[in-house]
Design a protein around this ligand. Structure first.
Ligand code: UD1
Ligand code: MG
Length: 457
């Protein structure tokens, strides 16, 4: 049976107290609606409709995709009214319609599939604290009779702990027939989507409920407190998956993955690490405390020491990075390269076994194998107009505190004396000394030191 997914995302999210549309607030670094769209796509529907209203243009722009039909709900008159706006997109012979909420981002695939297979059905959950949710009402025999919103509920109904997750599957034909008949005679004066179910049941149509065993997955986000809970829940699940996959985490509660993390065998991740974008850690790689890795690859057996920041960097095997290193986009470390503390690199290739160990800036540069860059060395890659390249051949030695003014080539085996400002290319096996010659002046007296005070202090 074919499936149409309707995602409701028009609400203002008043309780977020934000100028941004609620569904654009991120969970794990991505708008919560993006997570719901992912789920919808995995179900292989014939169509995905997203109902937008408040901040609709920003939502459309942020999540633009060819496979999404955007439906506008001008006034937010309730979840039933929102689905009503999408009905022109739902055909009688469409099979089933699945409604998801843009503010329920953690929902896994399995219970949703189960729900769609069950027929006309509502996904419910039992929550220790059901406050704020619609409650599931049942008759004496335990059969589902409808959903009552908290604001319309009696005290006895509020005491019920089974709640409406908002996820609902219904035959397209029934939805088209009964939804227009749903009224708004309730505390909020809104058209409630779940009210379509009792109307269909009154005509003898069967409605099932599927109660999920995993209440953390159905968390609806209405305020920033729930947003924070959803974020923690997401991170807890992602850390658990990593642990199960054989990764050692110093503390699963102190790792944040806001993207995808691929790990080899025996990877170790210390506390306070943030992963963004696509990150790959090779076999035996170690990431020290409080590192931020974004769109980065760390090769087999390499170690990233604490407080390092990698962004768009590729680190080979057996490398050592940090502590306090900053590898910016376009950094490539060949095997066994070492980049130490307070070193910044950008668009730089550091060759096999080469070392940039202390307090340096290496930008727009290509370093061969076995290069040693002394402490405090700077590639002057920018002249105020354009960027220029520095090339250091295999085995080059750059003395400490050198200023390499690009464009510059230092050929294989070249040697730059400490403290040099190098503006001309250095040939193979040459020594470059680019600094004033030292003079030692005899009998020097400190300024303000009178002759009669000689020997004083
Ligand atoms: C809704 C359900 C409640 C359920 C809860 C689960 C109804 C009437 N209530 O309550 O039973 O327990 O979700 O999280 O369905 N939306 C629109 N247009 C509107 C109103 C809402 O698109 O006019 C969208 C919102 O953007 C949101 C979703 O529908 O994504 C749910 O709306 P919300 O206002 O959060 O409903 P709840 O009060 O949470
Ligand atoms: Mg909600």
């Amino acid at each position: 049976m074919s499936l149409t997914v309707v995602i409701l995302a028009a609400g203002r999210g008043k309780r977020m107290r934000s100028s941004r549309a609620k569904v654009l607030h991120p969970v794990a670094g991505r708008p919560m609606l993006a997570h719901v769209l992912d789920l919808a796509r995995r179900l292989d529907p014939v169509r995905i409709c997203v109902v937008v209203g408040h901040g609709g243009d920003a939502v459309r722009e942020a999540l633009a995709a060819d496979d999404v039909v955007w439906v506008e709900q001008r006034e937010q008159l309730g979840t039933g009214h929102a689905v009503l706006q999408s009905l022109p997109q739902v055909r009688e012979d469409d099979g089933r319609v699945l409604v998801l909420y843009g503010d329920v981002p953690l929902l896994p695939e399995a219970p949703v599939r189960e729900l769609v297979a069950a027929g006309n059905a509502l996904l419910t959950a039992r929550l220790p604290d059901p406050a704020g949710y619609g409650r599931i009402c049942r008759d004496a025999a335990g059969a589902f009779t409808g959903v009552v919103e908290e604001r319309d509920a009696t005290d006895a109904q509020r005491a019920l702990d089974e709640i409406n997750t908002g996820v609902l599957a219904i035959d397209a034909a029934l939805l088209r027939h009964y939804l227009p008949a749903v009224g708004n005679d309730n505390a909020q004066g809104e058209y409630y989507l779940p009210d379509v179910l009792p109307l269909a049941m009154a005509d003898g149509h069967r409605v099932h409920t599927v109660c999920t065993e995993d209440p953390g997955a159905v968390l609806g986000i209405n305020d920033r407190l729930q947003l924070a809970s959803a974020e923690r829940e997401f991170q807890r699940r992602s850390a658990e998956a990593l642990l199960r996959g054989g990764v050692t985490l110093a503390d699963p509660a102190r790792l944040d993955v806001r993207g995808s993390l691929q790990c080899g065998e025996d990877v170790f991740i210390d506390v306070g690490v943030v992963i963004e974008g696509a990150v790959t850690l090779g076999d035996g790689a170690r990431v020290g405390a409080h590192c931020v890795l974004r769109d980065a690859t760390v090769g087999e057996g390499s170690e990233v020491h604490p407080f390092s920041h990698l962004d768009g960097a590729t680190v080979g095997a057996g490398c050592s990075v940090g502590p306090y290193a900053r590898l910016r986009p376009g950094t490539v470390l060949a095997n066994r390269a070492r980049v130490g503390n307070f070193v910044e690199t950008k668009k730089a290739t550091i060759g096999t076994g080469s070392k940039v160990n202390h307090l340096s800036y290496v930008g727009d540069a290509t370093l061969g194998a076995g290069v040693n860059v002394g402490a405090g060395t700077i590639t002057c890659n920018y002249d105020g107009v354009a960027k220029h390249h520095t090339t250091l051949g295999d085995g080059v030695f750059i003395g400490s505190n050198s200023t390499l003014v690009a464009p510059l080539d230092v050929d294989e085996g070249g040697f730059v004396a400490a403290g040099s400002t190098v503006t001309r290319d250095v040939g193979r096996d040459q020594l470059a000394v680019g600094r004033g010659r030292q003079r030692n002046i005899d009998g020097w007296r400190r300024p303000g030191t009178a002759a009669d005070e000689k020997g004083g202090h």
